[in-house]
Structures are given as structure tokens and as C-alpha cells.
Design a protein around this ligand. Structure first.
Ligand SMILES: Nc1ncnc2c1ncn2[C@@H]1O[C@H](COP(=O)(O)OP(=O)(O)OP(=O)(O)O)[C@@H](O)[C@H]1O
Ligand SMILES: [Mg+2]
Length: 150
């Protein structure tokens, strides 16, 4: 569905999703580090869709760290956008996975649907933003999300 765009505080949306996932992250031994810029500018976003994107990214990170690790969430203002980085110290992915991870139904997980990132990227694009990924096998993965400023 088309996003219903309103000025939003992305750090507040992140806090909501982190509260919602706190128990599952704790249970998985995942340490959360919040590195939010002071006065992060508002973005134009559909709050429900943005929550869904962050939930997908946090769950993927948890699943990539089966014996725990660190999840770092960074917000930074850019000229006409706000950048959010979600970085984990998980298993990372192969070059092959990196090339296909935004394709619908691409999954390396038993019981995975492979829709999480395809839907997330589609949501960001419909916002006039973007979602990209960097990953190093054995070291971790970072997703960088850009949203237009309000
Ligand atoms: N943080 C991450 N670290 C390592 N690999 C990842 C990470 N996030 C995604 N991936 C890889 O990208 C694939 C696609 O992710 P996506 O979220 O689209 O689907 P999924 O997690 O497999 O299934 P689901 O539909 O339940 O989310 C994953 O199967 C995994 O191989
Ligand atoms: Mg997923």
C-alpha cells in the first residue's frame, strides 16, 4: 500500500520497536547500543510501515547472532535525509547472498519466507528513500536506510 506520509521522529519509532523486541533480544544474548544523533531531524514516513522495516532488520540481526552479539543502531542527519544504520556482529553473508538478499523469496533460513528485505526495500523506495547493505562474512552486517527529511 502507498505510504501515508507524516513528519515522524525516527528515534521514537526505533525506541518503540526496541521496547517491543527487548525480551527476545535479551534472551538471545544480544546487546543493544543506541547511538542516536541529538535532535535527529524528522523524516517523512508512514509510522506503521517504518516499524515493520525496523522489526525485519532487528529480527534478521538477531537470527544472524545465534550465540549473541552486539546490535548497534545509529542515526545521522544528512543534507536532505536521515540515515539510520543497523549493524550487527553476526555471521555476515556470502557474496552470493549479498547479491540476492532483496529479491522476494530469497532465503537461507529453514522456514524463512525471504520476504522481509524485499518488502522493506519496497517500503523505503515508496518513501523516496533507500535501503542498502554491507556485510563481511564472519564479522557482521550493516544495513543503511535513508529517509527524506520532513
Ligand atoms: N543481518 C543479517 N546477517 C546475515 N544475513 C542476513 C541478514 N539479514 C538478512 N540476511 C540474509 O538475507 C536473507 C533474506 O532476508 P529476509 O529478511 O528477506 O528473509 P528471511 O529472514 O530469510 O525470511 P523472513 O521472510 O522470515 O524475514 C536471509 O535469509 C539471510 O540469508
Ligand atoms: Mg528476515
Amino acid at each position: 500500500p502507498r505510504p501515508d506520509l507524516d513528519p515522524r521522529d525516527v528515534t521514537a519509532v526505533l525506541d518503540t520497536v526496541l521496547d517491543f523486541t527487548r525480551e527476545e533480544l535479551e534472551r538471545a544474548g544480544v546487546n543493544v547500543v543506541r547511538d542516536f544523533a541529538l535532535d535527529t531531524p524528522h523524516v517523512l514516513a508512514d509510522e506503521g510501515q517504518l516499524r515493520q522495516v525496523f522489526l525485519n532488520l532487528l529480527r534478521n540481526s538477531r537470527e544472524a547472532m545465534p550465540s549473541g552479539g552486539r546490535l548497534t543502531i545509529i542515526t545521522r542527519p544528512a543534507e536532505d535525509a536521515v540515515e539510520v544504520t543497523v549493524r550487527d556482529t553476526g555471521q555476515g553473508m556470502t557474496e552470493e547472498a549479498r547479491q540476492h538478499l532483496f529479491e522476494p523469496f530469497f532465503t537461507t533460513k529453514e522456514g524463512g519466507t525471504g520476504l522481509g528485505l524485499a518488502v522493506s526495500q519496497q517500503i523505503l523506495q515508496a518513501h523516496g528513500g533507500s535501503l542498502s547493505c554491507q556485510s563481511i562474512p564472519g564479522q557482521g552486517t550493516a544495513f543503511v536506510l535513508r529517509l527524506p527529511r520532513a
